[in-house]
Design a protein around this ligand. Structure first.
Ligand code: NIG
Ligand code: FE
Length: 418
């Protein structure tokens, strides 16, 4: 028998429906429904409608009633479509060194940076890594993030990458948030690999990618296209092969230099992420494609550098999503709502564009058709803010936290309040 739950009354509900995947959105286009309720059937939304009408239906269906305190604003759970929250160790030293004048690349060249985290992550066992992922994922969840993409990429060896992806899978079973695993074995060429970048990619292609499919560990492949990581020419055959094998692609592109987003468009990747260095050429290229342009303001804040040109991308017709890039090196803060709000203030994004970037546009970057908007048949993933108007949420730049968080039709935070 179906279990129904009725949640309300809701002062304002932003379903995020009927909005375009690409291009600018004005706040006037944002649907805002007032005095409504949500009727859930199991883990999915059964109906959203006028509170009084739906309350009658809920009673007939013998639904469990969850009364909300007024005022409250409800939105889809946030989706963070780019993180590296599977890691061990701190890079606080890198942060201090960068602020004292060293560049990200200089730190990497002397064996710090990503390689430092690789060394520390390799020392940890799978369970320790899983515990770290669960802890960080639960912090994201309290902040309203109900779906979190998590990359490997600090193993840089077949067995070590598998350890990371198995840890992410283990963590997924231990947190209410949905974790979407991505293989970033092509993060940087490993310092201890006895061969060049192409030889390393050949090993990944032959020994890692088939295991990912066999063990169902990930259907997403990422690569860092950058000087000191993988150049476009070297990475292309690996990406093509991955695509042939059925993987979806997402790429670290145009972070410090261009070249990556061109590859993303050529390979029809789901998303091109970073884009801080993108010029007019890359903006036009991305805007004319189906690739989601993913801004990572957390990396700009962590490195003290420019934001991705989100305004220009939107005005050119691009689909801009926003993610935290939460990682121990370039983006240690990890608070998606704070970062998205700050990006909005600097890049002059409408509230509608910012909210789209962390809901349905982020869902598109993960190729998830069951979340990111609130409507019949979609997952019951939503967050409730104790405030009168949705504008208050971004205005507080992340300091206004959700009062409660619902995942798959169940209140998962606060836990004892059902
Ligand atoms: O997205 N740019 C490459 N990778 C990560 C940083 C990882 C790290 O510094 O540990 C990023 O910023
Ligand atoms: Fe990243």
């Amino acid at each position: 028998m179906s279990q129904y739950t009725f949640v309300g009354p809701i002062t304002q509900l932003l379903p995020m429906v009927g909005l375009p995947l690409k291009g600018a959105i004005s706040d006037g286009e944002l649907p805002v429904w007032e005095s409504c309720g949500i009727l859930l059937e199991g883990n999915r939304i059964f109906e959203i409608g006028d509170y009084r009408d739906l309350a009658k239906k809920a009673k007939d269906l013998k639904a469990k009633i969850v009364l909300l305190e007024s005022p409250c604003v409800v939105l889809p759970g946030w989706i963070d479509a780019h993180t590296h929250i599977c890691f061990e160790g701190s890079r606080a030293r890198d942060y201090a060194d960068r602020n004292s004048g060293a560049t990200y690349q200089e730190i990497a060249q002397r064996g710090g940076g990503i390689w430092d985290t690789v060394t520390q992550t390799r020392k940890a066992d799978q369970d320790t890594l899983a515990q770290g992922v669960v802890r960080r994922a639960n912090t994201h969840l309290l902040n309203g993030v109900t779906t979190i993409e998590v990359k490997s990429g600090y193993g840089l060896d077949v067995q070590e990458e598998l350890k990371m992806l198995r840890a992410i899978r283990e963590a997924d079973s231990r947190t209410p948030a949905d974790l979407i695993p991505t293989c970033l074995a092509a993060h940087i060429p490993p310092r201890d690999f006895p061969g060049g970048a192409s030889a390393y990619l050949d090993v990944l292609e032959q020994e890692l990618l088939p295991v990912l499919l066999r063990e169902n560990l990930s259907n997403r492949i990422d690569a860092f296209i950058e000087k000191g990581a993988f150049d476009p020419k070297t990475i292309l055959p690996y990406l093509k092969k991955a695509k042939e094998m059925g993987f979806q692609l997402t790429l670290h592109a145009d972070q410090f230099s261009t070249g990556g987003s061109e590859i993303a468009v050529a390979c029809e990747a789901l998303s091109a992420d970073h884009l801080e260095a993108s010029t007019e050429k890359e903006i036009q290229l991305l805007a004319g494609s189906s690739v989601i342009a993913m801004a990572l303001p957390g990396a700009s804040l962590g490195l003290g550098c420019a934001f991705a040109p989100a305004r220009k991308l939107l005005d050119a017709g691009g689909a801009v999503a926003i993610a935290s890039d939460h990682n121990p090196g370039s983006a240690p803060m990890g608070d998606l709502l704070t970062q998205a709000s700050i990006l909005g203030a600097f890049e002059k994004l409408s509230n509608a564009e910012i909210l789209a970037g962390i809901t349905f546009r982020a869902a598109a970057a993960l190729d998830k058709q069951d979340r990111g908007v609130l409507q019949k048949g979609f997952l019951g993933d939503f967050i409730i803010f104790s405030t009168t108007h949705y504008n208050e949420i971004l205005y507080h730049q992340g300091s206004l936290k959700p009062e409660s968080v619902w995942k798959n039709g169940k209140q998962v935070f606060p836990i004892n309040n059902q």
